[in-house]
Each structure stands twice: as structure tokens, then as C-alpha cells.
Design a protein around this ligand. Sequence first.
Ligand SMILES: *Cc1c(COP(=O)(O)O)cnc(C)c1O
Length: 401
Amino acid sequence: MTRSITELIHHAYVPPEGFEAPQPGVFKASTVFFPTVAAMRSREWKDKTAYTYGLHGTPTSYQLEERLCTLEGGQQCLLVPSGLAALGLVALSLLKSGDEVLIPDNAYGPNKAIAEGELKGWGITHQYYNPMDPQDLEAQISSRTKLVWLEAAGSVTLEFPDLVELVRICQRRRVLTALDNTWGAGLAFAPFNLIPDAAAPVGVDISAHALTKYPSGGGDVLMGSVITRDAGLHLKLKLTHMRFGIGVGMNDVETVLRALPSMALRYRAHDEATRALALWANAQPEFVQVLHPALADSPGHAHWKALCPTAPGGAAGLFSVMLDPCYSQDQVDAFCNALQLFRLGYSWGGPISLVVPYELASMRTGWPAHLERGTLVRFSVGLEAVEDLQEDIAQALQVLR
Ligand SMILES: *Cc1c(COP(=O)(O)O)cnc(C)c1O
């Protein structure tokens, strides 16, 4: 991974003649001029060696696409206006009436909402599988299964699945896999190459990434990417992307390009602080369970350990706690309200720590056996001093004592 971090910084970029600055320029366009009618007719919009219209990209967006391919180990990349749009684009491009999609029960909630809303209306069925039980996934694959979503670690509850085994099952059954790679971000593991020295590559077909999180890093940009390693698969996604006109703004692209070189450093800092806080939280009596893949008793810890670096940089900046069921929802809300540095707000990956209480029972098909009963609160750890964050949680716990 070290190599790709360096490549992310020393990335091939040809500056304009006589202006060799480190950052690529912001090229904005709807219209692109052609010298002749013949050139207009012959230029192919799908071909990245030329420019035809702003929606299909400018030198700025091509640059970000290339750098994201470097980050995740992919070959082709599409940029979309949000992480959720990336998930939607995959479904919209690859599924048709009569098909079925399998989604892990701990998936990012709005991805489930796409299946329960639009996809259902279009005659595309879905099933939720237990991500911690590969046999459950295998048993649910049928001739109608055209796509399997994967997520590591799972949203909110942060269980780490046996990703290698899940991918192997799908490869054997010839079903496309799409990973929501927002948590790993291209840093914790290589989505297209899960086993570095395997004879045949073991990896996902598609990596969807909410660039809104770590690549942006500021809590101020919404963007998503869909990365592939197969030209035919990319073309399918690209045609839908073009037909629906879901391009991105170049000022936003520039913001992500600017943040990308520091991403690995930030990710490691988020990770280090999060592990320290999760360990400390594990010793607090109000929390009956702490969920973070690097904790030895967190669900899927062994799978995380087998796939990711155990040193800082191998996990993202999230951990969740299960508050003892003896506390009412009002008390848990009061705990969250009492936090000063952890602000109430969605998303993660920015410098400011965030907290969200969740009603887990309404988000799952059933209460997972590996989770203690209680009220779940998720922390997203920013870049503040970790002692201050720990002190903040400690003072907020006073409302329960
Ligand atoms: C935030 C997030 C998304 C969606 O990203 P947006 O840019 O907010 O739409 C998708 N998947 C996961 C796992 C996320 O955390």
C-alpha cells in the first residue's frame, strides 16, 4: 500500500507549458470547441484521450479519476455527485426487471432504501443476507441474482465480514460483486486484490466510494466514485451515467484533488485516535459492548486482522457503543446532547468529531445474535486531540451517573 500512497502524491500530471505548479488546474466547461465539423463528428465521447462536452469530463475530472484508480487499484473510474449516487448508479446500470440483488443486512441504510423503493417498483427484487455467515449468502444466490453488495466494515455496527470468502463464493457462482468501500477508502485493504499473491486475483468487480468522507476530508464536499477493472463493465456503467447526466462540478473535484495527498496521513490519525477511544470506552460500565474491528471481542475481528494492517492505518475513524438497556432513550439522548466536541451530525471523515444515536431494531431484519441488547450510539472521530475527546465522552457520561 505504501507505494500507492506515494503515487497518490507524485502522480503523473502534465502542467501547461512554463507553469510547473504542484496542483492541477481547475478546468470548467459545458462547451468544448472543435476545430472542424469533421473533428466534431469523429471525436468519441467515451474515449478519454479527447474532450467533447463538460458532462463527459475535463482535464480536472480526468485527473481525479486517475488518482482514485491509483488509490483503489482499479482501471476505470466514474465520478458522481454523492456516495449515494454511486450506489444508485451501480443498481441502475446493472439490474433490470426480474433480477435480484443481495444486500448485507448491515449495509448503509439508504442503499437498502434504493432496493425497497425504486428497484422494487421496477420489478427488481432484493434479499438481505447475514454478512457474518457466508453460507447464508451462498444459499440465497439464485439464477436471478445479478448483483451482490458487500460492505466492510458494516455501517453503524462495524462487523467485519469474511470478505475474501464472500467474494470467492460470488466468483464461483459468477455473480457480480459491488463493494461499498467508503470505510476502507482504498487504504485499509485493496478491494480488487484482496490476497496479494493469489494465483488468480480475488477481488470485487466494482468499488463504490463516498468521496464525501476521507478523500474530501473537510465535511464540505459531496461526491462519489465507481471504480472497475473491466472495460466492458465500465462501459455499461458509463452509458447509464451519461444518459442520466449525473456529472460533477469541477470546483468540487478540485477540492478533493487538493485533499487527496494528505488522505493517508489523516486516515491513520483518525484510526489511531479511534482505537484509543474504543479501548477506553470498552472499560466504561455504561457501555455493554463497543464495536470496532480492531477490538479483540468485536464481531469479525479475526477477519479484519487477516485482511487489514493491524498497525494504525488499517481501520477507519468510527466506533459504536451499545448503551446498557437500563438507560431509557431519553437518557441516551441526554448523553448525546451533553457531548460538546462530538457534534450531532451525519457523515464522517472530516476534522470535527460527530455522534449519532441509532434505532437499530428498525434498521435490521432481526436483532443480530452477535450484538448485545441496548441503545446504539455511533461516534465518528475527527482530528481533535484524543485526550480532549475522551474527556468529552467522560463528562457526558455524568448525565447517566
Ligand atoms: C456516507 C456514506 C455513503 C453515502 O455518501 P454520501 O456522499 O453522503 O451520499 C455511502 N456509503 C457509506 C458506507 C457511507 O458511509
